[in-house]
Design a protein around this ligand. Structure first.
Ligand code: UDP
Ligand code: MG
Length: 312
């Protein structure tokens, strides 16, 4: 008998608590040999979400909950859920039924077949605005290209993580976090499950565009040094083009007496001189960025390594 904890962060989801619970329990009745429970994390809801959860927990032994003192954001709520998950594996799922519970048996099957992490990959998203679609596509592509952490195109937070991953996850101490990014960073054996996200069942999405951008920036900063290095690369580019040009102009005009009649004017030489100085400054900035990058890495204090299995 193995056990499964389903972690559900919920912020103002009063109308979804009971539906999501019944949908999950209907599916779980078909899974034999799995002892399951649902762990709701109420992320400082201002409606009656927590009352709904508490009422449900009194009736149903499968329901557990964590109540936050205020809104800390979905990433923190998910983290708390994963920290408190007691199962041999945990599944993270949204409360709004956008993550179809019917897939849980597939997640479990892939886990039983040896995957440490099973990731829901979104095929398409009904009822999502064009801007959000474009935004998340662009973000994904960008991160896949420049990030040091391996991620999958269109991956979502809907995923199963096994006990070794949960234990390793406990070691992260960084604050500005994107749970999905950290789980990706851990590595382990992964498998994917494609799904089509349904439209939100009840209520409104509480992730505003501004919040999403903030999240993207967080991910960007904690998984890539690329933004820091841009200045340096630019500086080097300017230096290697403007530097030799300047030398050539100076030698031509002041040493050789302009034998080829280029007639470089004083302002032109000054402009190129300026440009090369800017190049030097930017290169130095890039150099400083490397040090900041090191400090950044040290202060994130990620685990040095993550062990998947051992026999010592
Ligand atoms: N959520 C949360 N805290 C927040 C915002 C959202 O716990 O501050 C939860 C929300 O209840 C839902 C999940 O995170 O279960 C996804 O939120 P939402 O549906 O608003 O985002 P989207 O579907 O647009 O990603
Ligand atoms: Mg949603």
């Amino acid at each position: 008998m193995s056990s499964l904890t389903i972690v559900i962060p919920a912020h103002n989801e009063e109308a979804n608590i009971v539906p999501v619970f019944s949908a999950i329990s209907r599916v779980m009745q078909t899974c034999e040999g799995i002892d399951w429970n649902i762990l709701f994390v109420d992320d400082g809801s201002t409606d009656s979400t927590i009352q709904c959860i508490k009422t449900l927990a009194e009736k149903e032994s499968h329901v557990q909950f964590i109540e936050f003192s205020r809104n800390f954001g979905k990433e923190t709520a998910t983290t708390a859920g994963l920290h408190h998950a007691t199962g041999d594996a945990a599944i993270v799922m949204d409360a709004d039924l956008q993550h179809p519970p019917e897939l849980i048996p597939i997640f479990i099957e892939k886990w039983k077949n040896g995957a440490d992490m099973v990731i829901g990959v979104r095929e398409s998203n009904t009822g999502e605005g064009l801007i959000k679609k474009i935004g998340s596509f662009a973000f994904n592509r960008l991160m896949i290209t420049i990030s040091e952490t391996k991620m999958i195109q269109r991956e979502t937070d809907y995923r199963l993580v096994s006990r070794p991953v949960l234990d390793a996850f406990q070691q992260f101490t960084e604050r500005g976090r994107m749970t999905r990014g950290l789980l990706n960073w851990l590595g382990f054996h992964r498998d994917t499950v494609p799904f089509t996200a349904a439209a939100r069942e009840n209520g409104v999405a509480s992730y505003s565009p501004a919040k999403l951008v903030q999240l993207a920036i967080n991910y960007f900063l904690s998984h890539s040094l690329f933004p820091l290095k841009i200045a340096g690369y630019l500086g080097m580019l300017i230096s290697i083009t403007a530097g030799p040009t300047l030398c050539f102009m100076m030698i031509d005009r002041y040493l050789l007496g302009d034998p080829w009649h280029f007639k470089f004017s004083g302002p032109a030489i000054l402009a190129v001189l300026n440009l090369s100085l800017i190049g030097i400054v930017l290169t130095c900035l890039g150099l400083v960025a490397l040090y900041i990058g090191t400090i950044h890495r040290e202060s994130m204090n990620r685990p040095l390594y993550v062990i998947r299995a051992k026999n010592v």
